[in-house]
Write a protein that binds this ligand. Structure first.
Ligand code: BYC
Length: 470
């Protein structure tokens, strides 16, 4: 019997057509993936034509091919950045040695854990977003949601390719389990915290794609440095897609901010909610929530896992080549730590501080996005500033977890924190209000009242293009 998985069906640059073993493995997995997609992917819309981008090759002409496609027919491809035969370990204990094309036995577990953790986030986010198609503010946004969803599906394929190709039987088992865990399920939750949080409306969706997908950018960039070459090459290609997801988040929030400002000016008392918008203080609360959930995704501030992964050459820093020193023996990172209940600024051995180093880069990147939102507010002539809260506020992983801090970073007792909590984080009434705004708006070129239109359409097309065929 000839394979159902042809190069035509699964665009790839891993010689799938000529690799019988991989074909057999994926043939067993692919129908389960489609079942999962139909069960846990976007609710409704599966039989509609959506104007989507598909990667059909890694060349710049091929990675962004646009056309109408029904989501279950999306060609989830497998792409690795082309191999550089001269590539060597750029950091860690093996620096200067040729990179690995196979999994080194002594690091097999560590590597599998990284690949599985990365892979787990991809279906998780699709599950979190599955009901949003019922309440999209416009066809443009609806299409962007589905673009993000199918690409997360492709990122899952990318990790499953690595598991099947390099990890033998336990890789196959892990690939199955990626389709069995469920976001938010008490018995079989997704691995990382933020991926079990509900993303039940579009304000959370935009915050998620702004902040949580940005964690994806930094984690993928750190794995793109990996001395396990297939992982590095896979992550490099994934990063090209991740950029659009963050664009969706950053511009989505920016459009809500802009609309809030317009409505503030329309109402004599500046009451945005009275006119059906999302007021800036509420936007700040959702920012506080999703930013801090995403800070948790970098792991503990002081981490021997991070040190081991760096030493082994499996996970580097963001853009490793910007740094001068790549072994990090004897160097230190100055950071806040908790000692005997007090915050002290201290030098920590660099390798152990690498989660915090990556988190610091992420924070700077988030700040650039928030600055652009604040520019929108200023351009609208209003005096309000959105702020990133302290990295100690509302943390559940790492050394600040179990302690209480204000958004300004002041240490508090639990009672004071709880008394203030509903002013800092979305409360039930905020959730009810935001959900009350979420009504589908599927008229071509029209926008829900609570969000401004985008500056331009997708792929140079006008904003009123039929991005989803009804
Ligand atoms: N939630 O030494 P520690 C993306 C666990 S997003 C729950 O502090 P480590 C995307 C940890 O597993 C990017 N558990 O941290 C975005 C460990 O457990 P074990 C995803 C957590 O290991 C949007 C223990 O705590 N990619 O792509 O240095 C849409 C102690 O760990 C959490 C990756 O994450 C948490 N937040 O770093 C779609 C890259 N944090 O082993 C997609 C791969 C820590 O003791 N993952 N723990 O049982 C990694 O590099 C690391 O696993 C982490 C944690 C950075 C996540």
């Amino acid at each position: 019997m000839s394979s159902i998985l042809t190069d035509e069906k699964i665009p790839n640059n891993v010689n799938l057509g000529g690799d019988k073993r991989l074909q057999r493995a994926l043939e067993a997995w692919q129908p389960k993936f489609i079942d999962w997609w139909k069960d846990m992917g976007p609710v409704g819309w599966q039989e509609r034509d959506i104007y989507l981008r598909t990667a059909v090759s890694v060349e710049s002409s091929g990675w962004a091919h646009f056309d109408y496609v029904k989501m279950p027919d999306y060609r989830w491809g497998i792409f690795l950045e082309p191999k550089d035969p001269n590539r060597v370990h750029a950091f860690g204990d093996n620096m200067g040695q040729p990179v690995w094309d196979e999994v080194p036995g002594e690091f097999r577990n560590m590597l599998r854990r990284l690949v599985v953790t990365q892979g787990d986030t991809e279906p998780a986010s699709v599950e979190q977003q599955r009901n949003l198609g019922a309440t999209a503010p416009s066809l443009y946004d609806l299409r962007n949601l589905f673009q993000v969803n199918v690409e997360e599906g492709r990122h899952l394929w990318a990790m499953v390719y690595l598991l099947h190709t390099y990890f033998g039987r336990d890789g196959r088992e892990e690939a199955e389990e990626l389709l069995q865990r469920r976001s938010g399920d008490a018995d079989k939750p997704r691995i990382l915290g933020a991926f079990n949080e509900p993303t039940s409306h579009w304000l959370s969706f935009f915050m998620f794609t702004m902040f949580t997908d940005r964690d994806g950018k930094y984690q993928l960039a750190a794995l793109a440095e990996s001395g396990f070459d297939p992982l590095a090459r896979t992550c490099r290609f994934m990063l090209t897609e991740e950029a659009h997801h963050m664009f969706v988040g950053e511009t989505g929030v920016q459009r809500i901010v802009k609309r809030a400002c317009e409505l503030m000016k329309q109402d004599p008392n500046g009451d945005v909610r009275k006119l059906g918008g999302v007021d800036l203080p509420t936007i700040q609360k959702y920012l506080n929530l999703w930013y801090t959930l995403s800070l948790d995704l970098f792991g503990g501030e002081v981490s021997s896992n991070a040190a081991d992964a760096f030493a082994a050459g499996l996970k580097g820093r963001y853009k490793e080549d910007r740094y001068e020193e790549h072994k990090l023996i004897g160097s230190h990172f100055a950071m806040d730590v908790l000692e005997e209940g007090k915050v002290v600024h201290k030098d920590i051995a660099m390798r152990n501080a690498l989660n915090e180093v990556l988190r610091s880069e992420y924070i700077k990147d988030c700040q650039r996005g928030v600055d652009r939102w604040n520019k929108t507010i200023k351009d609208e002539g209003l005096d309000f500033e959105l702020k990133l809260p302290s990295n100690k506020f509302h943390r559940h992983i790492g050394m600040w977890a179990g302690h209480f801090f204000s958004p300004a970073g002041e240490m508090l007792d639990e009672a004071t924190f709880n008394a203030k909590k509903s002013a800092w984080l979305p409360n039930d009434a905020d959730e009810v209000y935001i959900k009350s705004l979420m009504k589908a708006n599927y008229e071509r070129g029209k926008m829900a009242n609570w969000i401004a239109p985008p500056i331009k359409g997708i792929n140079g097309l006008p904003e009123d293009f039929e991005y989803v065929k009804l």
